[in-house]
Write a protein that binds this ligand. Structure first.
Ligand code: ARG
Length: 458
């Protein structure tokens, strides 16, 4: 029998019972539901709303239920619409009247809001931990490959040589911002709705500050109607997950390119690749592709909740029951993708020689050649024009800048000396850019120190 059956003469149909239930999704947050109920019971007793004895029975009963759920031994009843009813019905059947007093001054509306907030906090904490592990892997890959030179790209065309470590650290900083976005979402979740009851608060002398303290939350939510209907913190979580998935997706795209025959910059380990059922030679970067693909579903989860929330009048509406699966899916997806990326980065094999060879192709020294002229007095705009013509000359003669003789250089401009050769070395070019945040050896070492310090702080 439903816990609200009093005013009804008939029961719901089997179909609507199942259609209206949230128990399948709610099961994931049983521990949070029980934590919330224990805090509520303790507070009720402290305020003299229920007896100490009843509170003790309730707490012991709830702990026993949690144990059986932890052990996977709890017998779920399909008639229970949600986790709140499942726990309360079992409690009442286990400890009798005391169990039936637990819901005093409380509604499932403030209860579900609390469960979701506690659940979001727990999920975000593990995402932040996994984020740090992935960032640590990126830092150690950057450190291991210090000195590896690769082509840097704009428009996916060779632009200027950069250090591979510098490229990897760019992702470190993206993920550092993701970490802080997750932390923001966690503080948004960290407010206590308990005591808001259905929507209006209650006549019982509840101490919302005490439950806040028992639950280790930051503050009680100051408006009971906002408390039961706010899901902004889930949107914050979904946005943080979406941005982080977008970053992973970008890294995956590069991994897919780098591991192609055309690039051959890296080889993924066998444990992060799959074969083809027909083409015996294939080694596919499936897991990078899958992570890139999963970005779509996480953004879908974000859009789905935004649309669910749009136009909802205050306060609780059953539509809000639809807001659980998306954030749970997004958090699980991001967590798994970060774990997968970490494994990929930890085990890939890097091919420094191929990267270096590619780094000089595509006239990547052109900017430095123009700088050479500018440093000898020619206005940079003019130097740009001169080197542009040199590149055209090279293309017409099937040569690279490094194949030109000092005479050919001097034909373009008498300012060129024999020492131009040393400005054509891709490794030298990458290493020399030591402005703060640049790809130069020294600058990257400074950056690495900052990355480690950021990781230490987080
Ligand atoms: N199962 C509901 C949910 O997940 C719990 C709150 C229901 N409240 C109500 N008045 N129907 O949102």
């Amino acid at each position: 029998m439903a816990l609200w059956s009093g005013r009804f003469e008939g029961g719901v149909s089997e179909f609507t019972q199942e259609f209206g239930a949230s128990l399948p999704q709610d099961k994931a947050m049983y521990a949070q539901d029980i934590r919330g109920s224990i805090a509520h019971a303790k507070m009720l007793a402290r305020q003299g709303v229920i007896s100490q004895e009843d509170a003790e029975k309730i707490v012991a009963g709830l702990e026993a239920i949690r144990k059986s759920m932890d052990a996977g031994e709890f017998e779920w009843n399909v008639d229970d619409e949600d986790i709140h009813m499942a726990v309360e019905s079992k409690l009442t059947s286990d400890v009798g009247e005391a169990g039936a007093r637990l819901h005093t001054g409380r509604s499932r509306n403030d209860q579900v809001a609390l469960d979701l907030r506690l659940y979001a906090k727990d999920q975000i904490t593990s995402l932040m931990e996994e984020n740090c592990r992935l960032r640590a892997s990126l830092v150690s890959a950057a450190e291991k490959n210090l000195g590896v030179v690769m082509p840097g790209y704009t428009h996916l065309q060779h632009a200027q040589p950069v250090l591979f470590s510098h490229h990897l650290l760019a992702y470190f900083w993206m993920l550092t911002r993701d970490f802080h976005r997750l932390a923001e979402a966690r503080s948004a979740a960290d407010a206590n709705p308990l005591g808001a009851a259905a929507l209006a608060g209650t006549t019982y002398d509840l101490d919302r500050f005490y439950t806040t303290e028992l639950l280790g939350m930051d503050h009680p939510i100051p408006n009971s109607m906002d408390a039961v209907s706010d899901r902004d913190y889930l949107l914050d979580l979904l946005y943080a997950c979406s941005v982080s998935m977008m970053h992973l997706s970008r890294l995956c795209e590069e991994i897919i390119l780098w591991s192609s025959t055309e690039f051959s910059f890296i080889t993924l380990s066998d444990s992060y690749s799959t074969g083809s059922s027909i083409m015996p030679q294939k080694k596919n970067p499936d897991f990078a592709e899958l992570t890139r693909g999963k970005m779509g579903r996480v953004v879908g989860d974000l859009v789905s909740l935004l649309v669910t929330m749009k136009g909802l009048p205050l306060a609780y509406n059953k539509d809000l029951q639809e807001c659980k699966e998306g954030p749970m899916d997004a958090a699980r997806t991001l967590g798994d993708c970060m774990t997968c990326m970490r494994g990929m980065v930890d085990t890939w094999e890097v091919h420094p020689q191929t990267m270096l060879e590619q780094a000089s192709k595509g006239f990547t020294a052109a900017t430095d050649v123009a700088d050479y002229l500018a440093k000898r007095g020619m206005p940079f705009r003019q130097a740009h024009e001169v080197v542009g013509r040199l590149v055209l000359y090279c293309e017409q003669h099937g040569k690279g800048l490094e194949d030109l003789t000092p005479e050919e250089f001097r034909q373009a401009s008498p300012l060129f000396g024999n020492d131009i050769a040393k400005d054509l070395d891709p490794a030298g070019i990458a290493r020399a850019r030591n402005t703060y945040g640049g790809t130069g050896d020294e600058a990257v070492r400074v950056q690495m120190g900052e990355a480690k310090a950021a990781l230490e702080r987080d």
